[in-house]
Design a protein around this ligand. Structure first.
Ligand SMILES: C[S@@+](CC[C@H](N)C(=O)[O-])C[C@H]1O[C@@H](n2cnc3c(N)ncnc32)[C@H](O)[C@@H]1O
Length: 186
C-alpha cells in the first residue's frame, strides 16, 4: 500500500505528520535491508511510515506503557508483518553494540526521564556509520498539541543532551516538527 492510501485509512492523527516523517525517511536513502529500530512505539506511526517505505522495523517501549493497539492500525494498512515489537526502556537497551543502521524516535525523546543515559545507549547500539533521528515538536507544535492535551511538556532540543558524544547533527525544520539527524564522527 502507498502512503496516500494509508493516510486515507488511518485518519487525521496519522495524516498530520505523515508527509514530513516519510520525507525524512526518504532523504536518508537507507538500503532496504537496513537494520532499523524505532524507540517509543506509541501509535506506531513512525514504525508504519518506515514499513510503508519498505523497511522492516523493531519497535519498543517499556512494556507497562501502552498507548494504543497499534497492531490494528498496522494490519489495516498491511504492514503488521514488517513490525516486530520488543519491550524495552531507552535508558537500558537490550541490544548489542553496533546493532542498527538507523534509529528513530518520533515525539518520544521528551518522554524519556534520563535523556543523557538514553542517548548514550542509542550511540552504543547504532553502527559506526549509523544514523540516529530524533523528531521532536517545535514550540508551535507544542502549542497545537496543547489544544488537546493541555499539560503537554515544553519543546525539547536534543542538542542540549548530546554535547561531547562525538556526533554531528543536521536539522530539518518544519512548522510543527524538527528532525535532528545525528551521525557518529568518531
Ligand atoms: C508520543 S508517544 C510516541 C509516538 C510514536 N513514536 C508513534 O510513532 O506513534 C511517546 C512514547 O514514548 C514511550 N516512552 C516513554 N518513555 C520511554 C522510555 N524510557 N523508553 C522507550 N520508550 C519510552 C511511551 O511508551 C510512548 O509510547
Amino acid at each position: 500500500m502507498n502512503l496516500e492510501q494509508a493516510k486515507k485509512i488511518l485518519g487525521e492523527e496519522f495524516r498530520r505528520d505523515a508527509d514530513f516523517l516519510s520525507s525524512i525517511v526518504q532523504k536518508l536513502g537507507l538500503p532496504i535491508n537496513s537494520k532499523v529500530l524505532d524507540v517509543g512505539t506509541g501509535r506506531a506511526h513512525m514504525a508504519m511510515i518506515l514499513a510503508l517505505n519498505g523497511y522492516k522495523v523493531i519497535t519498543g517501549q517499556p512494556s507497562d506503557v501502552y498507548w494504543a493497539d497499534w497492531r490494528v492500525s498496522a494490519k489495516k494498512v498491511g504492514v503488521e508483518e514488517m513490525i516486530t515489537f520488543k519491550p524495552f526502556n531507552a535508558e537500558k537497551l537490550p541490544f548489542n553494540e553496533d546493532s542498527f543502521d538507523a534509529i528513530f524516535l518520533y515525539t518520544t525523546f521528551h518522554h524519556i526521564d534520563n535523556k543523557e543515559r538514553a542517548f548514550n545507549e542509542l550511540v552504543n547500539v547504532v553502527k559506526s556509520k549509523g544514523i540516529i533521528v530524533i523528531i521532536e515538536l517545535t514550540e508551535k507544535g507544542v502549542e497545537l498539541v496543547r489544544k488537546r492535551y493541555r499539560s503537554h511538556q515544553d519543546a525539547v532540543d536534543p542538542r542540549d543532551y548530546t554535547k561531547g558524544l562525538g556526533l554531528k547533527v543536521d536539522v530539518v525544520e518544519s512548522k510543527h516538527l524538527n528532525a535532528y539527524i545525528y551521525k557518529k564522527i568518531k
